[in-house]
Design a binder for this molecule. Structure first.
Ligand code: NAP
Ligand code: BGC
Ligand code: ZN
Length: 357
């Protein structure tokens, strides 16, 4: 079968032939339909994040997948069911640990997990993949073509759960939300803030000139576009308003600290970006003071568990057609797989199609 893989240092993915995997006991064989591409895939391809499985010289990419159960192999799954796989698994050869036992692999520390298609385990960009049945989340058949959006939406479901939990000790009635970043994760989150979370005012930060397809989506959603070149994040409260909720999806390290300044009193920021080492000066005393005297919170959030995937399926069903049509700028067959990794200002969300229902 064909897979899309990367060799460390190569800087670009290639097609690699591999045997169709055999499901072990408790695993099902899945025929892959589509696999999405996100900023993390670009970081993995560029060598900034992730790594190959132990002893292998390549990594099969892909962590945002949807497929059809081809062989249920004695598990509870139904053959023909549409499923979305979760991302984290135990590291190869490792005994189970408390996080996986509790169904919270997303809270496991580094070393206690592998991530399929990212670090230590092959991903889903293959014509077939196997997975323990417990990590396959069934979705309605009418969502199959967009099922590759369930994983990224689940990332935001988790971040929101943690951010809201941090504000649960008092009566918190957030009205304004700011998303930092107009990539696919940022725009999916903006749509959730606008359409399913009921914020009264939403804002999204980018660094593009109009006309731009991501700014068009912000306009259509009813959000306000903030250009970071004209309005640096610390100036947002005086130019617009202090924000009750901020979601960082740029991967720009200074944004983590600038978030503290852009929050309204009692606000919370969720940090999602995964930057490398990045040194810069900050006035730590002022930020510390701001944090404390205004009861602000920041939460870091990575990955997601099965419950977040299940919530994400409900959210996906609520997103309007026009939004997903504008967000997904390309779905490419294996013959054109390179096009799915192009990263220019006309590309928002892409996917590779391995087969059709
Ligand atoms: P992406 O497509 O690379 O999006 C990042 C966006 O941020 C781009 O649209 C970029 O704009 C914008 N940006 C960068 N610097 C900016 C600046 N100074 N001012 C305004 N906008 C700026 O990535 P993604 O897939 O949406 O993911 C976003 C981040 O979240 C990445 O760092 C990714 O690794 C991380 N992530 C984390 C998790 C998790 O579990 N924590 C899950 C998924 C993704 P331009 O395109 O114009 O450069
Ligand atoms: C994936 C997560 C993963 C994170 C860090 C994200 O792009 O969606 O599942 O935990 O990267 O590797
Ligand atoms: Zn991702």
């Amino acid at each position: 079968m064909k897979t899309v893989a990367v060799e460390p240092g190569a800087g670009e993915p290639v097609i690699l032939e591999k045997p169709i995997p055999e499901p072990a006991a408790g695993e099902a064989l899945v025929r892959t339909l589509r696999v999405g591409v996100d900023g993390t895939d670009h970081e993995v391809i560029g060598g900034a994040h992730g790594g190959t499985p132990p002893g292998d010289d390549h990594l099969v990419l892909g962590h945002e997948a949807v497929g059809v159960v081809e062989d249920a192999n004695g598990t509870d799954l139904e053959e023909g069911a549409i499923v979305v796989p979760t991302v984290r698994r135990l590291p190869e050869g490792a005994a189970t640990n408390e996080y996986f036992e509790r169904g919270e692999p997303d809270m496991a520390p580094e070393g206690a997990y592998a991530e399929r298609g990212i670090v230590g385990a092959h991903g889903f960009m293959a014509e077939y993949f196997t997975s323990p049945a417990e990590y396959l989340v069934p979705i309605p058949e009418d969502l199959a073509s967009l099922g590759f959006l369930v994983e990224p939406i689940s990332i935001t479901e988790k971040a929101l759960e943690h951010a809201y939990a941090s504000r649960s000790a008092f009566e918190w009635t957030p009205e304004s939300a700011l998303v930092l970043g107009n990539g696919s994760l940022g725009l999916l989150t903006l749509a959730m803030c606008e359409l399913t979370l009921g914020f009264e005012r939403t804002y999204c930060l980018g660094r593009r000139d109009r006309p731009d397809p991501t700014v068009d989506i912000m306009d259509e959603l009813g959000a306000t576009y903030i250009d970071s070149r004209k309005t640096p994040i610390p100036e947002i409260p005086e130019t617009y308003e202090g924000m009750d909720f901020i979601y960082e999806a740029t991967g720009v390290a200074p944004h983590a600290f600038e978030t503290i300044e852009a929050l309204a009193p009692n606000g919370v920021g969720a940090l999602l970006g995964v930057p490398g080492s990045w040194e810069f000066e900050i006035d730590g005393g002022r930020l510390h003071n701001e944090f404390v005297l205004h009861n602000k919170a920041l939460v870091g959030s990575v990955n997601s568990h099965r419950g977040h995937f299940e919530s994400a399926v409900d959210t996906l069903a609520q997103l309007p057609d026009w939004f997903v049509d504008d967000l997904v700028t390309g779905v490419y067959g294996l013959a054109d797989f390179e096009a799915a990794f192009e990263d220019d200002d006309t590309t928002i969300k892409t996917a590779i199609e391995f087969s059709r229902i």
